[in-house]
Design a binder for this molecule. Structure first.
Ligand code: SF4
Ligand code: MSK
Length: 666
């Protein structure tokens, strides 16, 4: 069979730093996910969801004249079952992350995890309220213990429905209850969905997909929301900080440690260890000027949002970071970690260190994390990285990095818009009602080695802000915008439409807001729920002129996120491919028209950026019309704003940002 054509670095990545490292990979003949994607032709049957291997009578490939498996399962059943299994895995991954954080909170409260403290007592009290934990006159540790136990109880709740369901607008709760998809417990919905996909079980595509929504809701309004809340309690609720993004944040003269994965539990300790004066001295004794931490994927987003730790890159840059030759250690926890890191690290002096009790990678060093000795283990890891510094050989760090201002928790958005005493989303609703802001897009999700890295993220975000659409982002999509330079109030204001620019200028925010990691999509649900209850934009998430999308998605978690957003009433577009259910027109219809009738949201798979933007803007305009709002007219706006005063004063960009947000990392 003819070999597939290898893409040039520029065809493979929109990001110049990534392209430069890909060039180096080709020159050194080191394989990466990019080159493997060029080599491996994807299976067209699996890609459309048409292969069932749920029992040993298969695998049954439902192609050509074959329209039933050996057991008689139809194409719609097989396609829906495959989708359901992916949603169950995605929901399980997010939720298990939340469970681990609840155990960390329990350890902190009971004194078994002495290195962890309650960093946000206000959030603790707020969450206690949601979980029905009494707070009056009780010591914080006692409240924290009960909050942790109540959170853990949600995973195996025996009766009723998840307590966080009440955080959704009342109309939404009713829709879920009427349909019988209000989530009962987190673990139960995952197990129920997996159970249904066993051979000879649920064989009605619509019925299967209803449970996919229920399972995904247990993630979005359960496991993920708990993960976000407990991370904020333990590590602080994010507020704007300054930082930088892209591989140029690696330092030639320092020990570089990359933290990669998803959980803040160990990485927050590594942040502390890297500041330890003894270890800094130790690094100096090995010839380094200091210790430099940088992140990849959502561990990066977690430490960026709270500590301003710079972003080395997103999902497809994990191997490329090691290819710089300047990384002493890459420390990984869970999710989105390539096994391909091992052979790349083998070519350099980099030590790949796995830390989660759930994740070992053959060929990597395993130093198991234990919360009772958190800081001690973090220090051991940092020391090992320092020991590698003298082994460093030729390096290549592209001089490419962009400033950014992340840290937009929903609490901070409230505060930014309404002030300390009347924090609210009212000004955002008013701006949408007036038409200054046309609508909101949540651009989230991964990169995918099969499509040009970051290109779709860049394209859609540029088009939306040009069209006065406020963009909120999480995950690797957020990192793409950060690298693009879109997350400073002022760089992107060069591109924003006139109405959006006025709002951003008045409030002092970028038109693209970084809301955190992939579990932090729960922050987006919270913002949408608050917008719906604030008034003026209907009374449900489905009424708001908003769209969710993951143009470069690849993970099963993205399918769970998409499904819970749809079940919450949102229109969601997954891009880059014809999608994992394209083998069944029936299932595609059920997820679009069918789900829209049931829950008000719809899920569509759209390959091209232009079409994603067209459909999203059409949806936003339709929702505006349904609400009776003024037609979008950008010619009315753009005459006010004061953000440019520092520009008038002649300050350079860095100083203008600093004037508003303070120093990087503070
Ligand atoms: Fe084939 Fe049915 Fe077994 Fe699937 S469950 S592999 S369709 S026989
Ligand atoms: S890390 S799930 S590639 S966003 Fe959250 Fe990025 Fe997607 Fe992993």
């Amino acid at each position: 069979m003819a070999k597939k054509k290898m893409r040039t670095p520029e065809e493979a990545s929109r990001d110049q730093a990534a392209a430069a490292l890909l060039e180096r990979a080709y020159r050194l003949e080191i394989e990466t996910s990019f080159s493997r994607a060029d080599e491996i032709v994807p299976c067209p049957i699996g890609a459309e969801g048409l292969c069932c291997k749920n029992c040993a009578m298969g695998p049954c490939r439902l192609v050509g004249k074959t329209d039933r498996g050996v057991c008689g399962a139809t194409i719609a059943t097989v396609v829906a079952r495959n989708f359901c299994r992916a949603v169950a895995v995605g929901a399980a991954s997010h939720s298990d992350h939340g469970r681990d954080l609840a155990y960390t909170l329990l350890g902190a409260a009971e004194g078994h995890a002495p290195d962890y403290k309650i960093r946000d007592p206000f959030k603790l009290l707020e969450v206690a309220g949601y979980l029905g934990v009494k707070t009056d006159g009780r010591p914080l540790e006692e409240v924290a213990r009960d909050v942790a136990l109540a959170a853990l109880g949600e995973f195996g709740r025996v009766q009723g429905e998840l307590l966080y369901v009440k955080r959704a607008p009342p109309k939404r709760q009713e829709i879920w209850r009427k349909l019988g998809i209000s989530p009962r417990s987190i673990d139960r919905e995952v197990v129920d969905l997996l159970h249904r996909t066993h051979i000879g079980n649920d064989q009605d595509a619509e019925h299967l997909l209803d449970q996919a929504m229920r399972c995904a809701l247990s993630d979005g309004w359960g496991g993920s929301m708990l993960a976000t809340d407990i991370s904020d309690i333990l590590f602080g609720t994010p507020a704007p900080v300054r930082s930088e993004a892209n591989l140029g944040v690696l330092r030639e003269d320092q020990v570089n440690i990359i933290i990669h994965g998803h959980e803040p539990t160990l990485s927050e300790m590594i942040v502390a260890a890297a500041q330890d004066p003894e270890l800094i001295e130790y690094a100096k004794s090995k010839g380094a000027a200091g210790i430099n931490l940088a992140g990849i994927c959502c561990t990066a987003n977690e430490t960026l949002m709270r500590e301003g730790i710079p972003l080395a890159g997103n999902f497809l840059q994990q191997e490329l970071a090691i290819l710089t030759g300047a990384v002493e250690a890459m420390v990984v926890d869970v999710q989105c970690i390539f096994q391909g890191l091992v052979p790349v690290a083998d070519q350099f002096h980099t030590e790949l260190i796995t830390t989660s009790p759930k994740v070992k990678i053959t060929g990597a060093t395993h130093i198991q994390f234990d919360e009772s000795r958190a800081l001690e283990i973090a220090k051991e890891i940092v020391r090992r990285a320092i020991d590698r510094f003298p082994d460093r050989k030729e390096t290549f760090i592209p001089e490419i990095r962009s400033p950014l201002v992340p840290g937009f928790s929903h609490e901070y958005i409230d505060y930014a818009l309404g002030g300390l005493y009347r924090g609210s989303l009212r000004p955002l609703n008013d701006a949408i009602i007036a038409g200054r802001i046309r609508g909101v897009v949540a651009n989230i999700g991964c990169n995918n080695a099969r499509i040009c890295h970051d290109e779709l993220h860049r394209y859609v975000v540029t088009e939306f802000i040009k069209n006065d659409v406020l963009v909120v982002e999480t995950g690797c999509g957020a990192i793409a915008s950060a690298k693009q330079g879109y997350m400073t109030p002022e760089t992107a204001l060069e591109l924003a439409g006139p109405g959006l620019r006025e709002v951003c200028e008045a409030v002092g925010i970028p038109p693209v807001l970084h809301l955190g990691s992939c579990v932090d999509n729960s922050r987006i649900l919270t913002v949408l729920a608050q917008m719906a209850t604030e008034g003026g934009l209907g009374e449900d998430i489905a009424d708001i002129p908003a769209v969710g999308m993951a143009p470069e998605w690849m993970s099963e978690k993205a399918l769970s996120i998409a499904t819970y957003c749809v079940a919450s009433g949102a229109y969601v577009i997954l891009g880059g491919s014809s999608g994992p259910v394209s083998g069944s027109e029936t299932v595609l219809q059920m997820m679009s028209e069918g789900w829209e009738k049931k829950v008000g949201g719809r899920l569509e798979f759209v390959e091209e950026g232009e079409e994603i933007v067209r459909r999203a803007l059409a949806h936003i305009d339709k929702k505006r019309a349904d609400l009776g709002l003024a037609e979008y007219d950008p010619s009315k706006w753009g005459m006010s704003g004061d953000w440019r005063i520092p520009e008038i004063l002649g300050l350079p960009l860095e100083e203008r940002i600093e004037a508003v947000y303070g120093k990087a990392g503070k």
